[in-house]
Design a protein around this ligand. Structure first.
Ligand SMILES: [Zn+2]
Length: 283
């Protein structure tokens, strides 16, 4: 409908949300960036990862899926990364505003983000589906079973062995080893086919039954920051829900790709702009 973050469009969004019975939030990587955790931010990287700057890197994004490192290097990096993006991030203004915006309405959140920021900011775990995994869990790399573990004790061991200068582990014994087979481990996030998704199947089932219960209600689908990197994870499911749910309206907020397919254009609002300003304007 409109590509501008015009006041009349904002007013329309505010009215839609206010009059809705329920809200579905679809969150992509753009929301993490809007909340202040930007994997391409070179300033933050220089500040938090000085040891990795010395090795020639300039942003976290370069080390996502990076294959050319030893185990002590990889887990040294991940110790700092997890500490910064997972353990240190708690209350966040943008997520708090979003939580207030939803208020007492029924809601369900589907997010591609693995940082658990929704849960940390007052959204109920029972109403969140995170199909890409969680930084709070760790799995066997192969994997040898469908088991996953709480990452905390592994993280604590690594932190004790972290060399603050090089940001590499100074002790091989601190490298996480699978309690079952002794093999290598990785954070329980979807990077390839070895991802263990069992922990999230219950979340998926809860979302399905939530949709079943609420399908005829007046629903606002608020999708934020889900572009074309992995459109099948959030963007396309939100489009499908817009088609399926008879009384739904999609609000798509995206910096570069706010467009919607022709078939759902009549029940969609495109906001091409910054998520942070959008939420702030509405709250
Ligand atoms: Zn194993």
């Amino acid at each position: 409908m409109s590509n501008l973050m015009h006041s009349s469009v904002l007013k329309q969004c505010a009215e839609l949300i206010a009059s809705a019975d329920a809200v579905i939030i679809g969150a992509g990587a753009g929301l993490t960036a809007a909340a202040g955790i930007n994997y391409t931010d070179t300033k933050v990287f220089a500040n938090i990862f000085p040891g990795w700057v010395k090795k020639g890197f300039t942003m976290q994004y370069q080390l996502m899926g990076y294959p050319y490192w030893t185990q002590v290097e990889q887990w040294g990096y991940y110790t700092v990364h997890l500490d910064y993006v997972y353990y240190q991030q708690k209350s966040n203004a943008l997520y708090q505003q979003l939580r207030n915006l939803v208020g007492e309405k029924d809601y369900f959140v589907m997010t591609s983000n693995v940082d658990e920021m929704f849960h940390k900011n007052g959204f109920d775990r029972a109403n969140i589906y995170s199909p890409q995994g969680s930084y709070g869990k760790i799995q066997c790399t192969q994997p040898c079973s469908n088991q996953v573990w709480d990452i905390q004790p592994f993280f604590d061991n690594m932190q004790k062995a972290l060399d603050p200068e090089t940001q590499v582990l100074n002790n091989k014994a601190a490298v996480p080893r699978c309690p079952n087979c002794g093999g290598t481990m990785f954070v329980n996030v979807r990077i390839d086919g070895s991802f263990i998704e069992e922990p999230y199947e219950g979340e998926y089932q809860r979302m399905m039954s939530w949709l079943e219960t609420n399908r005829d209600k007046k629903i606002v689908i608020l999708e934020m920051g889900a572009g074309y990197n992995t459109p099948t994870v959030i963007r396309m499911p939100m489009e499908n829900l817009t088609t399926m749910l008879p009384n739904s309206t999609l609000i798509r907020v995206n910096m570069d790709h706010a467009e919607v397919p022709e078939q759902i254009a009549h029940k969609s609002i495109s906001i091409e702009g910054d998520i942070k300003s959008f939420i702030k304007e509405l709250s």
